[in-house]
Design a protein around this ligand. Structure first.
Ligand SMILES: Cc1cc2nc3c(=O)[nH]c(=O)nc-3n(C[C@H](O)[C@H](O)[C@H](O)COP(=O)(O)O)c2cc1C
Length: 361
């Protein structure tokens, strides 16, 4: 089942394998995509659907070193070789839109940009910077109504630019403690205006961003990633988290998005997401559902056979195996990921993982 073709709405996929979004920090210091990124994604084009690493829709959202952005014409031009490399090999690629919000350091931002968030409380924890190394996350400026409107417009504009750059669609990163989840999460969002203070108010930013992006590029080209119960970037569960996310999923479902992509990082040490909750979330959304986190081929086949997901995303296995689908087909063993090169610049640990054909030859 995993290796059979599938229709993501009107987008035909060669199989049900998804490459999970993974930040790899191989863009320039100015947040421009590089030629090696086209090589990397092109190598992985036999995967049914590639979701790129998180890409900032705004200078203010580029809070990590060397992550790519998509908010200007130069970036559009630099992304085109990436989408062309994937399409030339028959693949499909969505761009993950990730605004880092307060998970950020000013040293990583372009000149004139600033760290913003739902409140002015800094994220506990450190952020890598290429100059002085690890630094405490910068103190954000609490977003005003005007800032919120501007950020929503930036998501929509970046989605339009993604289509211009040749992407098949976008995935909104509403997980893992970045800007959208900073609004969703009651441990982070302590606002008491129309954007916080109740579950509906905390959901509002996610819904308004999604609405704007759907209006810009059409619902069939928009997916969203959520991580209820995730703990990354100082989020964590809170009272009423399940009810809030079910309400959110229901409202997102009404927008007829391409898919809902659920994060379960229990394989990486995060609290597990209960099977019953996953089922309820999927029902509340009512559309296509991508499962992710700790999958191998056997577990992926099982989750599909059980009808618990429509597609399965693989993170580290896709990072370390440019020919992941071939290896699934032949049963060849997988390369192990080298975590020391996950976020380092250059080709090492990026485009030099061998394919089986290369190993055998
Ligand atoms: C190097 C690395 C970078 C990641 N960056 C992102 C990211 O930019 N956006 C995101 O939604 N998840 C990100 N993740 C999480 C993965 O998408 C995925 O959920 C996680 O690796 C668990 O799946 P796996 O067990 O198949 O690796 C990242 C994971 C890794 C290993």
């Amino acid at each position: 089942m995993l290796l059979q073709p599938f229709s993501l709405g009107s987008i035909p996929l060669r199989n049900r394998v998804v490459m999970a979004p993974m930040t790899r920090n191989r863009a320039t210091a100015e947040h421009l995509p590089t030629a090696i990124m086209a090589d990397y994604y092109g190598q992985r084009a036999s995967i049914g659907l590639i979701v790129t690493e998180g890409v900032s829709p705004s200078p203010n959202g580029a809070g990590y070193a060397r992550i790519p952005g998509l908010y200007n014409a130069e970036q559009v031009a630099a992304w085109k070789p990436v989408t062309e490399a994937v399409h030339a090999r028959g693949g499909r690629i969505f761009m993950q839109i990730m605004h880092t919000g307060r998970a950020s350091h000013t040293a990583n931002l372009p000149v004139g940009a600033e760290v913003v968030g739902p409140t002015s409380v800094p994220m506990p924890g450190e952020i890598w910077t290429d100059g002085p190394g690890l630094q405490a996350a910068s103190t954000p400026r609490a977003m005003t109504e005007a800032d919120i409107a501007a950020a929503i417009a930036e998501y929509a504009s970046s989605a339009s630019l993604a289509i211009e750059a040749g992407f098949d669609g976008v995935e909104l990163h509403a997980a893992n403690g970045y800007l959208i989840e900073q609004f969703l999460n009651a441990n982070v969002n302590t606002r008491t205006d129309a954007w916080g203070g109740s579950s509906a108010a905390r959901d509002r930013f996610a819904l308004e961003v999604t609405r704007a992006v759907v209006a810009a590029i059409g619902s069939g080209r928009v997916g969203i990633r959520l991580s209820p119960f995730g703990a990354f970037n100082a989020t964590g569960a809170f009272d009423g988290v399940d009810a809030q996310f079910l309400e959110l999923a229901h409202a997102l479902g009404a927008m007829k998005l391409a898919y809902l992509h659920l994060v379960d990082h229990s394989s990486m040490g995060a609290p597990p997401v209960a099977a019953e909750f996953k089922a309820s979330l999927r029902t509340a959304f009512g559309g296509l559902f991508i499962a992710s986190g700790g999958f191998d081929r056997a577990r992926a086949e099982q989750v599909l056979a059980d009808g618990k997901a429509d597609l399965v995303a693989f993170g580290r296995p896709a990072l370390a195996n440019p020919d992941l689908v071939d290896r699934f087909t032949t049963g060849a063993p997988l390369n192990a990921p080298d975590f020391t090169t996950f976020y380092t610049p250059g080709v090492k640990g990026y485009t030099d993982y061998p394919a089986v054909a290369a190993t055998v030859a």
